[in-house]
Write a new protein. Structure first.
Length: 198
């Protein structure tokens, strides 16, 4: 009975809509090696799970099990904890290793985060060409932040190979994929470009 109350409280506090029975099944499923269940449990203990029951130690445990089970979004989430130092000592090489695994597994956010590491030289030599390559891959795999960061990279560097229309397209795609900065920058660029053309 105590376990059911604990599980129900966990479900309510995290904002993830699982019944106590479903949550119990997720824990059992994760323990049996179901990577998706482990990932869901990791999210519940990470900031993404509403933050109310934040427990990075448990998030790391569940993300690790999920990543080991080749749930590549879990590898990305685990990499973010190492990059930011949430629940673990900040460790860029470990984050980089996890992002590489995630990107190789076709996680768009994993590729984008890998590009970010190269753009900002986090634990690795800064390399704008590799940043561009991984942002492109992230965008192609459906990462709104990848599309936005690629557009921003082109805009900031005034890449002669990237026209304003290419940058606008990247911002528009980022917006379509739910990246709010893509929406805002698409609107700003469109207004400034129209003003320039008048």
């Amino acid at each position: 009975m105590k376990m059911k109350k604990l599980l129900l409280g966990l479900m309510v506090l995290t904002g993830i809509s699982l019944s106590a029975n479903e949550l119990e099944k997720s824990i059992k499923s994760c323990n049996e090696g179901n990577a998706t269940s482990c990932y869901t449990l990791g999210v519940m203990h990470d900031d993404k799970g509403n933050g109310t029951l934040k427990d990075y130690t448990k998030a790391i445990k569940f993300y690790t099990k999920a990543c080991d089970g080749e749930h590549f979004n879990a590898c990305t989430s685990l990499g973010m904890l190492y990059e930011l130092g949430n629940g673990v000592k900040q460790h860029y090489p470990k984050a980089l290793q996890l992002y590489v695994k995630a990107c190789e597994g076709k996680s768009g956010e994993g590729c984008t985060n890998l590009g970010n590491m190269y753009e900002h030289g986090k634990g690795i030599k800064e390399d704008m060409k590799l940043a561009e390559e991984f942002y492109t891959q992230g965008c192609y795999l459906g990462s709104g932040s990848g599309c936005f960061k690629l557009g921003a990279l082109y805009y900031e560097d005034m890449d002669p190979d990237a026209s304003i229309s290419v940058i606008q397209s990247l911002f528009r795609e980022a917006c379509t994929l739910g990246e709010i900065l893509g929406c805002e920058n698409f609107d700003l660029l469109q207004k400034s470009y129209r003003t320039f053309e008048k």
